[in-house]
Design a protein around this ligand. Structure first.
Ligand SMILES: [Zn+2]
Length: 399
């Protein structure tokens, strides 16, 4: 009986375990039983394990969460199939950020979430059709028509899908919300209030301004594209953090990267980080128009932020513990015994990658994060290829 109670299905042996929720950063073993974390600690007994995987020199983290993706593939033009990207970026949870609205959420559940190995969660767009018209040369803003912004429909569908819906998405600025940006935000906040969920707000070109958006966000709401380049950058012309940004953080508003094809600028990031203002969350804003650069995926975006000065342990917190809390999913994002065994295996390789931001500015990396595999509910998944990065690995690094 005792042997049964302490046996493991799998033991990950000798990795650097970074588990921000539990304050762990140490060379530990991780034991898994029945798809859940059984034990985490130094030198766990390998004789108790049916299978042992040597993860020496790897970093073992809670399953990475990409809080901002677009994975409603085939149904929306810019949706990307989640599993291949998850494998290549060691991401276990893909969160779709508003590709679907109340009118077409059922398809996201049936054709993407149920059909994928990745854990799929979603912010529901306040606009009834979701992001229905978006490609390289053609865009019709889903938040630009008041008649599409139904609070009642959004609330009803979110309530009926509470296992998947983690918040309400609204996209503001430029052509996305047209002249009614703040009305769209008010509708999203009204729906979120009724649901007891957070809002995730996209910020584009003004109007509305950075400050006008932040004033309306509540503690726990997420501003994505936080380090976008000017106009509507988080810093002024001299590189100083906007007062509204400091005030919103003090109130508990969360700042998310959401790289995408137009929303990450080195000058904004370096000025903010230089002033001590790190993002709360790193996400990719993965979609068809940035999956082959400049964002690529979450792991690449983490490497980019590390080149700007974010430390590895902080980058892990920004992609595990913090996004899980932002979604009010305390069951995810940590390696506490009893938690579901979603685990990412990565390592750090010397590499000189020429990073480019959305304005075409370049910074060269000293290293890149590399996927070594992932576990979803305790099941191991092999890592996928990263053909655009491997030519830049320093000589001597074995892929
Ligand atoms: Zn997006």
């Amino acid at each position: 009986m005792l042997a049964e109670a302490t046996s493991y299905d799998l033991l990950l042996k000798g990795g650097r375990v970074i588990d921000p929720r539990n304050g762990v950063d140490a060379i530990y073993d991780v034991a898994i039983r029945d798809g859940r974390i059984a034990a985490v600690g130094p030198a766990l007994d390998a004789r108790l394990a049916s299978s042992v995987r040597d993860v020496t020199a790897m970093v073992v983290t809670p399953g990475l969460i990409d809080l901002h993706t677009h994975i409603y593939h085939a149904a929306t033009h810019y949706g990307v199939e989640p599993d291949p990207v998850a494998r290549r970026s060691a991401v276990t949870t893909m969160v779709d950020a508003g590709s679907a609205g109340a009118g077409n959420f059922a398809g996201l559940r049936k054709f993407v979430a149920e059909a994928s190995r990745s854990r799929v969660l979603a912010y529901l767009n306040i606009s009834y059709p979701g992001i229905f018209a978006f490609d390289q040369d053609f865009m019709f803003g889903e938040a630009s028509v008041a008649g599409l912004l139904s609070v009642d429909r959004c609330v009803a569908v979110a309530e009926a899908n509470s296992d998947m819906v983690v918040g309400v998405k609204v996209r503001l600025g430029g052509g996305t919300s047209g002249e009614i940006g703040l009305l769209a935000l008010e509708r999203a906040v009204a729906a979120a209030e009724r649901l007891g969920l957070p809002v995730m707000t996209h910020i584009g070109k003004p109007p509305p301004s950075y400050a006008e958006i932040l004033e309306r966000l509540r503690p726990g709401d997420v501003l994505t594209h936080c380090f976008r380049p000017s106009p509507n950058a988080p810093v002024d012309d001299r590189g100083a953090i906007l007062p509204a940004v400091e005030q919103a953080r003090a109130r508990g508003v969360l700042f998310d990267i959401g790289h995408g094809m137009g929303a990450f600028g080195f000058e904004s990031a370096e000025a903010a980080l230089g002033a001590g203002f790190a993002p709360d969350i790193i996400s990719s804003d993965l979609h068809m128009l940035c999956v082959n650069g400049p964002a690529f995926d979450l792991l690449h975006t983490m490497s980019k932020l590390m080149t700007c000065g974010v430390g590895l342990a902080d980058a892990v917190a920004m992609t595990t513990d913090v996004p899980a809390r932002a979604m009010r999913r305390p069951d995810l994002g940590h390696l506490t015994p009893g938690a579901v065994a979603d685990i990412s295996l990565i390592d750090v390789v010397a590499a000189h990658f020429p990073f480019v931001d959305v304005a075409g500015r370049r910074r060269d990396s000293a290293y890149l994060l590399r996927p070594r595999g992932l576990l979803i509910g305790g099941e191991f998944v092999e890592p996928g290829p990263r053909a655009w990065e491997t030519p830049f690995y320093a000589e001597g690094v074995q892929p």
